[in-house]
Design a protein around this ligand. Structure first.
Ligand code: C5P
Length: 406
């Protein structure tokens, strides 16, 4: 049985999909897990505590204490007991409260005090699901490291068709198994911490204008997702992008090159390595106007100063930690990439060339070469996700080699 010995708190909230929580509870038990159910008061209107208690073979907790005898339900000890807090179904209301730290029922206090992993399976009407507030809350929860088990498209209780129904119990079980029992490859970076920078920085000229570049952040986000999937604590320092936070990744936003420099240095202090994917501005305006710059009939000259080279700064202090850089070159690619490798003290550098069709900014594919002090590996055109897997394989190899030399 795949979940033998695993402790799961199954949180049930007030959605019509609560009836599926009964099936889910059974599946978890059959897979060998021990299950304790915490219901919100609203959930009791959809499924009875007796049903859930019978299936989980444990008493149900709803209130902070038992009104009959004053027995206290400790959310702290529940959180300590669990390997996973799984909230299925999770209503828009509960997701919003989780995202903002509201603690007005036992399930929410358990969530706020839980040290274990947390997964949610949203369930609601398609318009509620699509609402910008709900999507924002889901993104926030992802950025807090919560696993969101995607709602599939389909028939809803309201009679409408769309996204918002709860994932099927069998699919939720599969995600729980993947979370609690990842295979060897997935676990290979467990206990390690990596910093990833991604996206473009913005250098303000005045309150409304800034200098930036064409980076979308896709490659960096894919690398962060691949690191997190292998069990590494992953801190993604991102410029402004339109991408959703990858699952299990801690997000830090950085607007300017200086913001990114400060955030990267701070996060690198406790990290085992860093992957510098961001397209960081090399220059920033010497002066930022406090008011909108007025146009005149004359040409305008901008006075720019150098920013910190974050990769090079981390290279100076890295010691035996891993440092990976990216290079985007338009000419003398390999030669320039090799120079950067040495100058910034990188362990390896990922070179993309703007000459290759389908590679570089905004594409979902990339064609890169991975260059270290001794070897060069030319990869074919692949999705950025696949490219990230190869990069993370190489990171894995370097980390194991360093560990074996210790
Ligand atoms: O020197 P160049 O900008 O081409 O180097 C690219 C590499 O250096 C990338 O890994 C990029 O993230 C990193 N970099 C940086 N800080 C800068 C400029 C580049 O970390 N200011």
């Amino acid at each position: 049985m795949s979940l033998t010995g695993k402790h799961i708190i199954l949180g049930v909230t007030g959605s019509i999909a609560a009836y599926k929580a009964a099936v889910l509870c059974r599946l978890l038990k059959t897979a060998g897990a021990e299950v304790k159910v915490v219901m919100t008061p609203a959930a009791k209107a959809f499924i009875t505590p007796l049903t859930m208690a019978t299936l989980s073979k444990n008493p149900i907790a709803v209130e902070f204490y038992n009104p009959e005898n004053g027995d206290w339900h400790s959310h702290i000890s529940l959180g300590e007991w669990a390997d996973l807090l799984l909230i299925a179904p999770a209503t828009a209301n509960t997701l919003a409260k989780m995202a903002t730290g509201v603690a007005d029922n036992l399930l929410l206090t358990t969530y706020l005090s839980a040290r274990c992993g947390v997964a949610v399976a949203p369930a609601m009407d398609c318009d509620m699901f699509a609402h910008i507030a709900t999507q924002h809350n889901i993104d926030t929860l992802r950025s807090h490291g919560v696993t969101v088990i995607e709602s599939p498209e389909g028939e809803l209780a309201s009679g409408l068709h769309g996204k918002g129904r709860m994932a099927e119990p069998e699919d939720i079980l599969a995600r729980v198994e993947a979370l609690l029992c990842p295979d060897e490859k997935k676990k290979s970076l467990h206990g390690k911490c990596f910093v990833v920078t991604a996206g473009a920085t913005r250098e303000a000229l005045d309150p409304v204008r800034f200098l930036t570049n064409r980076s979308t952040g896709k490659m960096g986000y894919a690398v962060a997702a691949a690191l997190a999937a292998r069990g590494a604590r992953t801190i993604l320092i991102s410029g402004t992008t339109s991408l959703p936070a990858p699952q299990g990744v801690e997000m830090r936003h950085a607007e300017s090159a200086e913001d990114m420099y400060i955030a990267a240095k701070e996060a690198f202090a406790d990290a085992d390595g860093a992957v510098m994917c961001a397209a960081v501005a090399d220059y920033t305006p010497v002066e930022v106007s406090a008011t909108k710059i007025k146009k005149s009939d004359d040409d305008m000259v901008l006075h720019l100063k150098r920013t910190h080279d974050i990769a090079a700064e981390l290279g100076k202090i890295k010691g035996s930690r891993l440092l990976v850089g990216f290079a985007l070159e338009t000419d003398n690619e390999a030669e320039n990439a090799a120079k950067k490798l040495r100058k910034k003290n990188l362990d390896f550098i990922v070179l993309n060339s703007l000459r290759d069709e389908g590679a570089g900014f905004a594409h979902d594919t990339n064609k890169v070469s991975i260059i270290d002090s001794a070897t060069r590996e030319d990869l074919p055109l692949m999705s950025k996700r696949e490219t990230a897997e190869v990069i993370v394989d190489k990171i894995d190899f370097f980390i194991k080699r360093t560990d074996s030399e210790k």
